[in-house]
Write a protein that binds this ligand. Structure first.
Ligand code: MV4
Length: 508
């Protein structure tokens, strides 16, 4: 057992701050690293010490392994937390951290490497009796192999996937045998370009699945727990936007079955620390292993809130070699949690990144609200990094209350100078299919165009009402202004009217 006294957080933004918060509570010192454009960033101010590791471009700073290890040595850190993204799932990095005599707060390098290959992880899971999507065990060399495999699987539709895959790149749906050859070539080409590896394999295509993932935590003493599920089906182009715990569609029996399979999957790859097992969940309630994420995930807070746990604390304890301080039967989930990702994106302009300076910022507060933010007033949102500025998490006893609380908190969120995904989230939260809980990964594709149009019409009406309210200095002015501020279609509101509404609020 080796006590961790000082952690270097090899990341930036909200996750870096999230990790340092727990370190401080545990009496562990923190070291931040930052790029030249992040000198003023809040994660730097949060740390006990901070070191510049290079230029803005991530390849030369947040992905610079020798530089990060050099800082760890200079600062006397005894452990490194990689957060998510950047080096979090880089097996060479994890190996280099161990070789430098430091603790890597995550699974071992062999596990990271194994789960990084979709074909290798599939094989491991098949051998362990974990249900995977029906399909090939091995990579396919030729289109004839692919055709034989598709026939053997009982026909079309099938999906060709990149072995090195992830993020939906190098994926091609094939609905008719005559389209196979073209799709096979296209998938290989895209996989080569994206991953430098053209290897592909084939699976049965699951129509309109849900994306349900199970959080697991494992210590170094063979204890593995499943920490319930997250429903992450609300995604746009493979980027999650709203996540929740628990999922509306799982029966207690299904949850237990998926949890047991997730534990089985973790054991099959010698897992230690926090991880996530992703499943496709079909319309008949069958679930299939998709991949395992060997990191702490963006959406981990919904699990923390419902289970009353601190996952970063559990990660540190496990990394120190402690047995997990709880058993499966000790878990006491309560209520419902939602997370909305507040991205600096223009949802009315195809979600293009909205860069620039934040000119006004006030986070929502109050009962059942948690904000994990990586920005402050006057932060510069740069084009160099992920557009996620903050995460808004709400909790309540029931899902409906958690949704109403989320709407309240989104309207309370004051952020000016950049455009955000707040209007998008508000529109989704009121959609009947979202309310039903039965939405699938097709949701955004299916409904966003109509939501967007309806939102714009609402915003026109709100604008007229708000202007009238402002004119009469009505008590309701501030609240109406908040609605206008984030109404789907906010982009249509003229700046001078926004200004008038703001002035009105401030003069009260
Ligand atoms: C699938 C699938 C349907 N059938 N595999 C997308 C990202 C990659 N990691 C796996 N993905 C999918 N694999 C089979 N056999 C549908 C998807 C998929 C998806 C999965 C999870 C969340 C969102 C998604 C959106 C589109 C497609």
């Amino acid at each position: 057992m080796k006590k961790i006294r000082k952690v270097l957080v090899a990341n930036r933004g909200e996750i870096s701050i999230r990790i340092m918060r727990t370190c401080r509570e545990m009496g562990v010192k923190t070291v931040a690293v930052y790029s030249e454009v992040d000198r003023q960033s809040p994660h730097v101010a949060m740390a006990d010490e901070a070191y510049c590791i290079g230029p803005a471009v991530a390849a030369e700073s947040y992905l610079n392994i020798p530089k990060i290890l050099d800082v760890a040595k200079r600062a006397g850190a005894d452990a490194i937390h990689p957060g998510y993204g950047f080096l979090a799932e880089n097996a060479r990095f994890a190996r280099a951290v161990l070789d430098a005599g430091l603790i890597f707060i995550g699974p071992n390098p062999d596990t990271i490497s194994l789960m990084g290959s979709k074909t290798e992880s599939r094989k491991t899971m098949m051998d362990a009796g974990v249900p995977v999507v029906p399909g090939a065990r091995d990579a396919l060399e030729t289109v004839e192999d692919a055709r034989a495999m598709a026939d053997q699987m009982g026909g079309y539709p099938v999906l060709i996937k990149a072995a090195a895959g992830g993020g939906g790149k190098g994926m091609r749906t094939v609905r008719r045998p005559e389209d196979l050859a073209r799709a096979f070539d296209a998938a290989r080409g895209e996989a080569q370009k994206a991953f430098g590896d053209a290897t592909v394999y084939v699976e049965k295509f699951i129509e309109a699945p849900k994306h349900i993932e199970i959080q697991i935590i494992a210590d170094q003493h063979d204890n593995v727990l499943y920490l319930w599920e997250r429903d992450c089906s609300i995604q746009r182009r493979h980027q999650k936007v709203i996540e929740e715990c628990p999922s509306m569609v799982l029966t207690p029996e299904q949850r237990e079955a998926m949890g047991a399979v997730a534990v089985q999957a973790a054991r099959a790859c010698g897992y230690v620390n926090a991880g996530t097992v992703e499943f496709l969940f079909d319309s008949e309630g069958h679930f299939y292993f998709l991949e395992m994420n060997t990191r702490l995930q963006v959406e981990h807070p919904v699990t923390e809130v419902v289970l009353g746990l601190d996952l970063v604390k559990l990660q540190l304890l496990a990394a120190e070699g402690h047995p997990l301080p709880l058993r499966q039967e000790d878990l006491s989930p309560r209520g419902h949690a939602l997370e909305c990702r507040i991205n600096a994106e223009d949802v009315y302009n195809n979600f293009v990144p909205s860069t620039g300076q934040v000119t006004h910022l006030k986070h929502p507060e109050g009962p059942g609200v948690r904000v994990d933010s990586g920005i402050t007033a006057f932060s510069e949102i740069s084009r160099f990094y992920d557009p996620m500025a903050a995460k808004l998490i709400t909790w309540a006893e029931t899902r409906d209350e958690a949704i109403e609380r989320m709407k309240r908190a989104l309207l309370e969120f004051q952020i000016e100078g950049i455009k955000t995904t707040i209007p998008f989230c508000l529109a989704v939260l009121d959609h009947p299919e979202f309310r039903s809980g039965k939405f699938t990964t097709k949701f955004v594709e299916q409904y966003w165009d109509s939501l967007k149009a309806a939102g714009s019409a609402d915003a026109d009406l709100l604008e007229v009402i708000a202007a009238a309210v402002a004119y009469h200095q009505d008590q309701a002015g501030a609240a109406t202004r908040a609605e206008v501020n984030h109404a789907p279609g906010r982009a249509e509101i003229s700046p001078w009217k926004m200004r008038a509404l703001q002035d009105m609020r401030r003069s009260k």
